[in-house]
Design a protein around this ligand. Structure first.
Ligand SMILES: C[S@@+](CC[C@H](N)C(=O)[O-])C[C@H]1O[C@@H](n2cnc3c(N)ncnc32)[C@H](O)[C@@H]1O
Length: 221
């Protein structure tokens, strides 16, 4: 086994135990390689039509990946891991920016399946996967965040934003899934809130699945 590979294994095994800062420092040493690119890309292509736990479609995962790269975001938070599809796209981008994805899932079975998927995809060293209730965890995780992706309980969309807004880094972007045809009132209230906030530029990401990803970027300064 190569040194890099054994290091990736170590990080994967200890990711949950390490704090995010320690994981970030360790992930920095890994950085993306052509080997990792091939491995993640092969995994995502092979699994493309197999995700069945409310996971984002492939196109939306690619949008998240591209946004993180374009921003150079390092401190990334995801609310709603499920079995890890969007996390893998985010973590692949984090591998290139030198960042780490903290992701939260409340369901033990999905969390366990996500951990296995991170291993299979080769990105476990870039993920700090938390099992718990995001309602509580988003309040206690310190931030700051360069990039947030919210994709959990729609009834909490506004509250997640209110809790995380003070922790957004200048220039950081807050993204939310399933905003194109919002059934939940809190999603509509969330959209109205970010669109009306002069500190943020809000737009809808183009070229996705049609589910709709809002992108609200905090103006620098
Ligand atoms: C739409 S799925 C996430 C899909 C995932 N982003 C992906 O693309 O693979 C929403 C997930 O949020 C989780 N969830 C719902 N309420 C939650 C809460 N309060 N805290 C943490 N996770 C929650 C659900 O269990 C579910 O797995």
């Amino acid at each position: 086994m190569t040194r890099t590979r054994s290091r990736r294994r170590f990080l994967a095994a200890s990711g949950a135990a390490l704090g995010t800062a320690a994981l970030a420092a360790a992930a920095q040493a890994l950085r993306a390689t052509p080997e990792l690119d091939r491995r993640v890309s092969r995994f995502l292509d092979a699994e493309r039509d197999r995700w069945d736990y409310l996971n984002v479609p492939y196109q939306d995962g690619r949008i998240l990946h591209d946004l993180v790269l374009a921003l150079g975001a390092k401190r990334i938070l995801e609310i709603g891991t499920s079995t890890g599809h969007s996390t893998i796209w985010l973590a692949w981008a984090a591998a290139k920016t030198g960042g780490v994805v903290t992701t939260i899932e409340i369901d033990r079975g999905r969390h366990a399946r996500a951990l296995a998927n991170f291993e299979r995809a080769g990105v476990a060293g870039y993920v700090d996967a938390r099992l718990g209730d995001a309602h509580e965890l988003v309040k206690t995780l310190p931030g700051p965040w360069d990039f947030v992706f919210q994709d959990a309980d729609k009834e909490w969309y506004l509250q997640y934003f209110l809790d995380l807004d003070p922790k957004m880094a200048p220039g950081g972007c807050y993204t939310a899934h399933n905003v194109a045809r919002p059934a939940a009132r809190a999603v509509r209230e969330f959209l109205a809130r970010v669109r009306g906030d002069p500190r943020y530029d809000t737009r809808l990401a183009e070229g996705g699945s049609g589910a709709g990803i809002s992108v609200s970027c905090r103006k620098p300064g």
